[in-house]
Design a protein around this ligand. Structure first.
Ligand code: IDP
Ligand code: MG
Length: 156
């Protein structure tokens, strides 16, 4: 099972889309293991987006990220990183496929509603930036044997 870090960015909160977006992940079968509202500090934003430092969109991206509160989620599920990225859609709202979160709700190439980790290494790092150990929960969802076929002892 893989873990991933989601940020429902300031435009998701301002546009009251957070419930709809979280529902998509719940309905898919992901397990929420951490969730909170927070305001990202400039230091955290620069750390989170360090890979983009020096690019022309870096400073506006930082301003956007800290412009209003966000909701951060840690999700767990099979192949979570790739599946979540597919559900998010392409980076630019103007290019993302209908049926994806950005494709259905975003038009901007910057205000694109959501962040999702792009690799196991960044997921681990990002979950560590946004959640303390006691804000992450280990529990057995009662519907797990209906989300996956676990009848033969492995998870299919
Ligand atoms: P991702 O969020 O799909 O992983 P990244 O390339 O990691 O996309 O870029 C991080 C964020 O920076 C994007 O989600 C978007 O908000 C913003 N961004 C990326 N490219 C551009 C651009 O060319 N112009 C303006 N903003 C951009
Ligand atoms: Mg990215």
């Amino acid at each position: 099972m893989e873990k991933t870090l989601i940020i429902l960015k300031p435009d998701s909160v301002q546009r009251r889309l957070t419930g709809k977006i979280i529902s998509r992940f719940e309905e898919k079968g992901f397990q929420t293991i951490g969730l909170k509202m927070t305001r990202i500090s400039e230091t955290m934003a620069r750390k989170h987006y360090a890979a983009h430092q020096g690019k022309d969109f870096f400073e506006p991206l930082i301003r956007y990220t800290i412009s209003a509160p966000v909701i951060v989620l840690a999700l767990k599920g099979r192949n979570a990183i790739e599946v979540v990225r597919k559900m998010m859609g392409a980076t630019f709202g103007s290019r993302s496929e209908p049926g994806t979160i950005r494709g259905d709700y975003a038009l901007s190439n910057r205000f694109n509603l959501i962040h999702g980790s792009d690799s196991p290494a960044s997921a681990e790092k990002e979950i560590g930036i946004f959640f303390t150990k006691d804000e992450l929960f280990e529990y057995a969802p009662t519907d797990l044997p209906w989300i996956y076929d676990m009848s033969a002892g492995e998870i299919i």
